[in-house]
Design a protein around this ligand. Sequence first.
Ligand code: HEC
Ligand SMILES: [Cu+2]
Length: 471
Amino acid sequence: MDNSIPVENPKVLIASANPLFRKGLENMVQERYGQTAMIQSTQTTSETLAVMESWQPDLVIVDYDDKSVSRTEFLHQFVAGDSTMQVVLVSLQASGGVVVYDRRTLTPAQVQDWFSTSSSSLQSSETPITKRSSSMKHYAFAGVLVLVLTFLVDLFLSTSRLLPVQASLQAKPIDRLFDLEIIAISFLFSLIMVFIGYSMIVFRRKPGQEEDGTYFKSNNRLEIIWTVIPLGAVIGLSYLGAVTLGETRQADPAPLEIKVVGGQWFWRFEYPEYGIVSDKMYMPVNRQALLKLTSQDVIHSFWVPEFRVKQDLLPGENLVRELRITPTLEGEYKVRCAEMCGTSHAYMESPVIVVSQQEFDEWVKGELAVMGTDPVARGERWAKNNGCQSCHSVDGTASVGPTWQGLFGKTVTLLDGSTVTVDEAYLLTAIINPNAQVAQGSTPNVMPQTYKDSISEEQISDIVEFIKSLQ
Ligand code: HEC
Ligand SMILES: [Cu+2]
């Protein structure tokens, strides 16, 4: 391909809607080639493309700053075609300088030469091919920095105890996945930080550097890479997630069944095998527990961080959910509700106690003994298990509802002005039909109206005994 512009009668096309730009460049071209130069000018993209097609200019000069001549479209057309004409994208500066942004089939020396007759300064921002190898050096260096930072961040995160102690068999695969994700997080963090930091320091604009960066339209290779890699990562992680979930659900042949009931705002644990109901969850170590979870009102979520696994509790008999936990470490933990469920959500927690099989058997014996003989102890248990204590104190402290201390035998004035003495019948009515008799100073409709159905008669009479005992 012949790169030179003919000295005799060169055809020059100037594309700009700006008359000053056109005038300035015409002058330069004439200074360079003399009056023999043939000059045409165009003012829009389509006009420019049409003239290029029909007139076949030797040189095209495009106004870089002009909005009515789309340089992108123009360049695209030019690059796509097989024309040997020469193109210079220039920007005229207020100072009188000329900035060349892009050119084709013209070496920097030729541009220098071409403009040498004018007094303009000339700068080129095109990256010559020889810069390639030094850019590979930048990549290699940044790559090493990314690896080093990844290692350090991962070291920091994995030693800074983000998770509490691992106390169940099901926690193992989950923690393995966490380790992997922490490596991925460290890598992504480092990748972004190193590239931003490196660019800010190494490629900082030097004083006096005025031109724009190199123009490029798109980079297919880069776009394919940044689509395929995240896609692969997401698919890979979902596969690992599914495998891990499967591992946490592996069933032992004879698990200990525990029915877990959540309500506003209490936890209740029932052991059908033993006929025990408790407000604390006891678990023998190294034996799988099969939790059957259900809610009495809204959605709650069973979460003991040390066990890692978590499960929502949904209201409704047909929506009982299962969760398998094999505790591996004796100790006292806490179940907390992980689903915002109302005002006392944050306090909805109960002890979870992992003990040896022997201690567990003793606990079962003790529970059965308490429940078998003493109605007051049973009543205390039922009151706790049904969440009464989130509104009623047993020690005189003010709460949502009246305290139970000293309630029995007290004379209360009802909203209609009548006075009654609190006896067993009053307590019974107060529990199964709370709105029937509301004491002055209390708000009706706050206490749940559903205990008549959800608590058995025997249990309610135990609760009455318990309230009676609180003098
Ligand atoms: C959401 C809060 C709340 C819960 C939970 C709750 N109560 Fe109440 N309770 C109240 C309020 C408020 C009153 C006073 C207004 C009324 O009598 O309805 C009250 C009144 C009572 C009274 C009558 C006290 C008096 O001075 O007249 C008894 C007895 C009682 N509750 C027992 C229970 C029992 C037993 C439970 C659990 C099975 C329970 N409550 C659960 C809020 C609650
Ligand atoms: Cu809850």
